[in-house]
Design a protein around this ligand. Structure first.
Ligand code: HEM
Length: 359
């Protein structure tokens, strides 16, 4: 028992690279503690469903354990790894390392997402854009997913679902034009952008981030994103078809902590969804269940429905009372969201070190 604990502790402190040698053994050990952990769907995706542990890449191993909620094996956040680029952008040293160009992109994104003591509108839209690209995937129907189509297709952005994402989509198109010649794709830009954006918000999680997705210009099927008027049962059903369980859904909608609405109620343009928009705190969860929420806070019917849903109650309370536990849950759920529809997850590369440090 003590040996196992020591080994698992050691694993959590190892860099992803250092854990490469023993993926099968690591998973077996991590599995020993699974039963005692609170888990959600823990459903594997794409190639990770069938690849043997011995065939897993470092990123494949990490994502697999995050999807399995094996927190003892790997944390969905990495709060400390810092990547140093081996050379200037465009140099042969930089071109030789997949994460190098992403360091330059992440730095540009972090500067663009910075508001006055909070993350700005571009950052908030970038978080939502990440959801709206990946969240179009359906397990039962296929199609959609994190493929960049929300920006690359000619029609997707114009859908009513995507109103309010114009600034982030235009900025992603600008970064794409600037960095595409270095091998950078839109699907990765959108997901890296969402991850840089969350950690750019005060108190935001530093979720692990991966690159190597394929792009698509084919518009995702419509009708795959949630309605702000949906009841809790239909939200849960919609997200279950994306392999996202209730607790993961509750963690993800917490993104509305940073949010400001413009299109739900045109008479209240600029109303936030909690009293501290642009800050990744747990006030959203608390004000949603408060008997007297502040009058200037605009609560979405979908969030209200979920906050009162019995199966969501425990997670809602847990996140309302715990910034660290929510950040961890959000990061895990976001890693899942960020690889929906990706067929070759094992070919991705982890570049978490390029992210700004949390503040
Ligand atoms: C239950 C499902 C969800 C519904 C019905 C929903 C709906 C909405 C709506 C209607 C807005 C306001 C858009 C506007 O008026 O400009 C919004 C904003 C936002 N949503 Fe969601 N959302 C959901 C889940 C999510 C998830 C899973 C994420 C992220 C992982 C997310 C991130 C955001 C962010 C960051 C904003 C703020 C955008 C801004 O301030 O410009 N939402 N959402």
């Amino acid at each position: 028992m003590e040996i196992k604990n020591f080994f698992l502790l050691t694993l959590t402190t190892l860099s992803p690279g250092a854990s490469r040698a023993h993926p099968g053994m690591l998973e077996a050990l991590a599995g020993c503690s699974r039963a005692s952990e609170k888990r959600d769907t823990a459903e594997l995706l794409a190639d990770l469903k069938t690849l043997p542990d011995s065939a897993l890449s470092p990123a494949g191993w990490t994502i697999k354990n995050i999807l399995l909620a094996n927190r003892a094996a790997v944390s969905p956040q990495d709060l400390s790894t810092v990547y140093k680029p081996p050379g200037p952008l465009g140099s042969s040293e930089c071109r030789g390392d997949t994460c190098c160009v992403w360091k330059y992109i992440a730095d540009a994104m972090a500067a663009a997402f910075q508001g006055k003591k909070q993350c700005n509108e571009l950052a908030r839209q970038a978080v939502r854009l990440g959801f709206h690209d990946a969240g179009t995937w359906s397990k039962s129907l296929g199609g959609g997913g994190a493929d960049g189509s929300v920006v690359l297709s000619t029609s997707e952005l114009a859908r009513s679902d995507n109103r309010g994402l114009e600034i982030a989509a235009a900025r992603m198109a600008g970064w794409y034009a600037e960095f595409h010649s270095y091998g950078v794709g839109m699907a990765d830009l959108i997901q890296v952008g969402a991850t840089v954006a969350t950690v750019s918000c005060p108190l935001g999680p530093r979720s692990r981030v991966f690159v190597g997705r394929n792009d698509s210009i084919t518009p995702a099927p419509s009708g795959r994103l949630p309605s702000v008027d949906a009841d809790a049962e239909s939200l849960v059903e919609l997200f279950a078809d994306k392999t996202i369980g209730v607790s993961e859904l509750v963690a993800l909608v917490g993104a509305h902590t940073a949010s400001v609405q413009r299109f739900v109620d045109p008479l209240r343009v600029g109303s936030p969804q909690d009293s501290t928009p642009g800050t990744w705190d747990v006030l959203f969860y608390n004000q949603m269940i408060s008997a007297n929420p502040p009058a200037d806070v605009f609560q979405f019917p979908s969030d209200l429905a979920l906050s009162r849903y019995s199966a969501a109650h425990e997670s809602w309370q847990t996140f309302a009372n715990g910034q660290a536990v929510w950040n961890d849950a959000y990061a895990a759920a976001y890693v899942r969201l960020s690889v929906l529809g990706v067929k070759h997850i094992n070919d991705l590369t982890e570049c978490t070190g390029v992210l700004p440090l949390a503040h």
